[in-house]
Design a protein around this ligand. Structure first.
Ligand code: ATR
Length: 268
């Protein structure tokens, strides 16, 4: 019987997940559909119950439901527990298990670039996205992680939890040339021509990443590129978080490089 998968969010019409998963299902000869479902917060519980009733095989969760879905699931894996957020659900015998593949997706994307795990790494931002990435970097063996944030207290809290260092923004800016890798995790650059951190002291040999992928190049990445840094946008993270979900559902590791090209073309 044909299987079905979905992504739930509000809004949902711009999600690229249906394109990505349908492409991979077709590529691997799997008889399945992946459907975008617009679910408003007040309808979340009914939506989850309905998906269970209708025999869904797996789904993704995007904003604003990543936390609210947790009490509606049957099991939670450790990464999702740490992050207190779920972006992927697998289904076994009608039991829903929540995962979070965002942080590991980012790290897989980063590791396709020449980064040195021993060199100092700076995370800009201390919200939900930064949290997933900090835990995933630690699991992947990065040994020297610093966190800076507009609100220093949040950087301190996250640093304490993940065994990293917290830096006030002015110090991070002054010491920027010391970092081999700089990761931008805030929403700054999504809609405005602003930077979350001054890049004046950025060295030319750093790898600089932004988790934003639409626009493909934020003002932050443009400046880093102009400084001669190797830059990566959020397309790789998006594709890799999807690839880890796909693997959990099907046992197949899909081609991420090809998908990064296809999505970059779509957004370009
Ligand atoms: P997410 O889950 O997407 O990470 P979040 O938890 O709301 O969202 O976190 C947003 C992050 O972007 C925070 O680090 C936030 O900084 P504050 O903790 O100081 O709020 C950062 N951020 C958002 N708007 C910002 C701005 N205009 N300038 C600097 N940082 C900003």
């Amino acid at each position: 019987m044909k299987k079905w998968y979905a992504v739930i969010g509000d809004p949902i019409s711009h999600s690229l997940s249906p394109f990505m998963h349908d492409y991979w299902f077709q590529q691997h000869g799997i008889d399945a559909s992946y459907i975008p479902l617009h679910v408003e917060p007040a309808d979340l519980q009914h939506a989850i119950e309905s998906m269970k009733l209708l025999g869904i095989s797996g789904f993704n969760i995007t904003l604003p439901h990543k936390q609210a879905v947790i009490p509606l699931l049957d099991q939670l894996d450790e990464t999702a527990q740490h992050m207190n957020a779920v972006n992927t659900v697998s289904v076994k015998d009608r039991s829903f298990k929540g995962f979070n593949t965002d942080g590991d997706g980012f790290v897989r994307s980063l590791l396709s670039y020449p980064v040195d795990k021993e060199k100092a790494l700076l995370i800009v931002g201390a919200g939900g996205a930064a949290r997933g990435i900090a835990f995933a970097l630690e699991r992947a063996g990065f040994t020297d992680i610093s966190i800076t944030n507009r609100t220093f207290r949040r950087a301190q809290e996250l640093a304490l939890e993940t065994g990293s260092k917290a830096l006030v923004m002015a110090d991070a800016e002054a010491q920027l040339s010391d970092f081999g890798t700089v990761i931008q995790t805030t929403s700054v650059g999504l809609t405005e021509e602003a930077l979350p951190i001054s890049l004046t002291h950025l060295g030319s040999g750093s790898v600089v990443a932004d988790i934003i992928y639409n626009p493909l190049e934020t003002p932050f990445l443009k400046q880093a590129e102009a400084k001669g840094c190797l830059v990566l946008n959020g397309v790789g993270m998006f594709v890799n978080q999807g690839a880890i979900a796909f693997e959990k559902w099907t046992g197949i590791r899909p081609d991420t490089e090809e998908m990064i090209k296809l999505i970059t073309e779509k957004l370009g």
